[in-house]
Design a protein around this ligand. Structure first.
Ligand SMILES: Cc1cc2nc3c(=O)[nH]c(=O)nc-3n(C[C@H](O)[C@H](O)[C@H](O)COP(=O)(O)O)c2cc1C
Length: 129
């Protein structure tokens, strides 16, 4: 994942903003930016800040958030190194478009069958939680 230490700071809505993700990245870990239900404008500004930091990071998208579709569109437009889908299963097409835009995709799986489904959908990595 392009970081010095194999440590991920899991996303926390309204806490894992660009400042926390930058601190984690600069310390050699892997930060995950929490999109939560952030507005399009705030999301754009935050991602712009993160992209200037020259660190590897993920954006955590909550598939049931009201702004999810707009956020996914921005992911595709802005180009994000990693995307973590959470909050219900991502649709296969959502994983596909994220990957086509250049992102590596990570999905949560709490059972073997969910893990298998996410692999079938094209997930690059699984978070077993
Ligand atoms: C305040 C708070 C907000 C969280 N928000 C998110 C979130 O937006 N997306 C997500 O995938 N997980 C979220 N989580 C879950 C964490 O990323 C993590 O998976 C969870 O805290 C378990 O990790 P731990 O055992 O290291 O605490 C949140 C956790 C906390 C405490």
């Amino acid at each position: 994942m392009g970081v010095k230490y194999p440590i991920i700071a899991g996303a926390m809505t309204w806490i894992s903003d660009s400042r926390l993700v930058t601190s984690v990245g600069k310390a050699g870990g892997f930060g995950v930016f929490a999109a939560g239900n952030m507005s399009v404008n705030k999301f754009k500004k935050e991602i712009k800040v993160l992209k200037e930091k020259k660190i590897n990071f993920a954006v955590n998208l909550i598939t049931i958030a009201p702004n999810y579709k707009k956020q996914l569109q921005l992911i595709i437009e802005l180009g994000i190194p990693f995307v973590v889908f959470v909050g219900g299963f991502p649709r296969k097409v959502d994983i596909k478009v994220a990957k086509e835009s250049g992102s590596k995709v990570m999905c949560f799986a709490s059972t073997e069958s969910i893990a298998q489904r996410m692999i079938d959908y094209g997930a690059d990595a699984l978070i077993l939680e």
